[in-house]
Write a protein that binds this ligand. Sequence first.
Ligand code: PLP
Length: 402
Amino acid sequence: MSTLDFDQIVALDAEHVMGTYARLPVAFVRGDGTRLYDVDGREYLDFLGGLAVVSLGHAHPEITAAVAQQAATLVHVSNLYYNAVQPQVAATLDRLLGGDGRVFFANSGAEANECAIKLARRHGQLHGGPERYHVVSAYGSFHGRTLTTLAATGQPQKHEAFQPLPSGFRHVAFADCDALEVALDERVCAVLLEPVQGEGGVHPAPPGYLEAVRRLCDEREALLILDEVQTGLGRTGRWFGFEHADGVRPDVVTMAKALGNGMPIGACWARAGVAASFRPGDHASTFGGQPLAARAALATLEVMERDDVPARAERAGERLTKRLLALRGVTDVRGPGLLVAAQLAADVDAGVVARRCLDAGLVINAVTPTALRFAPPLLVTDDEIDRAVALLEQVLDEVMNG
Ligand code: PLP
């Protein structure tokens, strides 16, 4: 591999990579914990964590060692055969989710949701007849970019360029139980929700909502699928975002982002009785759950359990929230644990602030035009939180003083 400078990277990218991302002007080449380093050796505090992915921090020594050892042993075998790592990850996830479930492994969040939607359709049609295949999700949601998960995503502006999308998807207002009740007819096989709408602006489900959705799903014989791709595995201060609700047990849970601490792996967990609707040949993935990615996931889960990482995320989130609330220009802070959005005063452009923060050495993102998102590694230290907030304070002062 050649060593390229920043301008060479940008030129090569412009010429050969599809233009689907409006990239910011930095190329990262190395990471260490909560720090990132660009191609010129400049250090940044990473308060985005690869978008809620690198939950144990960059280059965590135990994950690196596990991946290196597995890479030197066996990277890949077909899912036509057993591998020794995949069922251990499945067993751990199943235990964390309360047991009596089965897991399908994919490579991303969208694929985990694709699996959940196919499973719900199969289950609905087997138990409720050929018309029971509709999925209800919420406006403002984000479930992925494949055609099916895009159809489930409740952001009509993202649909426009890709019509016709697969049929069988309906949307209701998030947190509106009456609207959900109306939408849940006998043709609905599942309700698909995020416990905290992440991409939609970091909007947590209000108290009582998931409990009410669970009751409605039971009444109408619809499955409750929770998309924990962004919220899962400690991010919100609990293992899963739904654990903030009282006694809610979903039928299906999807995960990805944090599962491999950066190695691409996604998972769809379902209650055993639901998972049984899939037969051999109904769903598959060449790479899903291959030994290398699965080993990263196993090591990640081991460290998270041993070090009680969700509890650390909860404590760090409280500190971050408190510090952010004290800043001039921040009108509100929302989100549990370390999935946090700072709402800015109406005249402050979050895109401009995020860009200036990057220049100042702090990686965050504008999740809406007026809100900043923070999703740092869950092992972030108090000192790193204080330094990040001090950088943001400086930038906000500069922006607000014109
Ligand atoms: N679901 C949620 C809640 C997400 O936040 C995302 C990505 O941001 C996805 C699904 C899609 O995941 P991926 O980009 O890995 O396909």
